[in-house]
Design a protein around this ligand. Structure first.
Ligand code: AMP
Length: 282
């Protein structure tokens, strides 16, 4: 297992791998790894000759300073977790200055409004930050395949658009969400919850399932009101949004068309810790 911190060294390795016609797989993460990240890694190992995991808390995608400062970090544990899966994985763990030089700013992309929905309404410029770091990583690693989680489904739609805008040859592979037994989607931010709140946070997935089971029977406004009442009744919990949108455009539609595919998205703040999840309804 090799740990790289410099782009120049990564470039050298990647050129070597490209010359050998290896299939390069990339798993971008912000660290504080959990089984969700490791499932992406396992998918990548099966599908690719060489796999790179990147661990980088990307400052330009944080709209909230506290969220950035509190973001959990544990590089030693991360390395141990990766090495238990495979000793043949390469890791890139750069400093902020290595990725951004002196210009800590995101590019501005035209994501055709995908970035204005859902998370985009609450996290100003977040997806430009995501696009900026993913573009830097794709240009450095030139991956044949890049692995992202369905848990951040809006992010996968953005990256799809980025690939289209930039003409990257990378294939985006979306891997299923890994959950706790109680349904809570694994997330690095779960580390910031008390054990009790982690248990109570099962309400997030439960409400997604409730909405999925009832969206054709009950008006969505009522579903929303019921969920909000129940979630907000838990101390420290606050529903930020619960929306049913078109699976590709991520836009709300006035009428549910049974020939189309929809997805329900939720965001709940637990003592200001932002937890998101989603479920495909058809
Ligand atoms: P993050 O470190 O939170 O930026 O996540 C890195 C990658 O892991 C992203 O593609 C996420 O969508 C994915 N990921 C995060 N949590 C999960 C999960 N519970 N199941 C599957 N993939 C996940």
């Amino acid at each position: 297992m090799l740990l790289y911190t410099l782009k120049s060294e990564v470039k050298e390795s990647i050129n070597y791998e490209i010359n050998l016609k290896k299939t390069i797989g990339l798993v971008p993460t912000m660290g504080a790894l959990h089984q969700g990240h490791l499932s992406l890694l396992k998918h990548a190992i099966i599908a690719c000759d060489v796999v790179w995991v990147t661990i980088f808390v990307n400052p330009t995608q944080f709209n909230n300073k506290n969220d950035l400062n509190n973001y959990p970090k544990n590089i030693d544990k991360d390395l141990k977790m990766i090495s238990k899966i495979s000793k043949n994985v390469n890791i890139f763990y750069p400093e902020i200055s290595e990725m951004y030089n002196s210009k800590l700013k995101s590019e501005v992309y035209d994501f055709e409004n995908l970035d204005k929905e859902l998370e985009g309404k609450y996290r100003n410029n977040h997806f430009n930050g995501v696009g900026t770091i993913v573009a830097k990583l794709f240009e450095l690693f030139k991956p044949n395949k890049a692995f992202f989680g369905e848990k951040d489904f809006q992010q996968t739609r953005i990256i799809n658009k980025l690939i289209e805008i930039k003409g990257y040859k990378t294939k985006l592979i979306v891997c299923p969400t890994v959950r706790e037994k109680n349904g809570l989607a694994l997330s690095s931010r779960n580390n910031l919850l008390s054990l009790k709140n982690k248990e109570k946070a099962s309400v997030i997935y439960n409400k997604l399932v409730y909405a999925k089971e009832n969206y054709l029977k009950i008006p969505f406004k009522i579903i929303y009101a019921n969920c909000k009442k129940e979630i907000n009744s838990i101390t420290g919990f606050e529903l930020e949004y619960l929306e049913i949108v078109h699976n590709e455009t991520l836009k709300k539609e006035n009428i549910i068309d049974l020939n189309k595919s929809y997805r329900i998205f939720i965001c709940v703040l637990v003592n200001d810790v932002r937890l998101i999840d989603n479920i495909l309804v058809k």
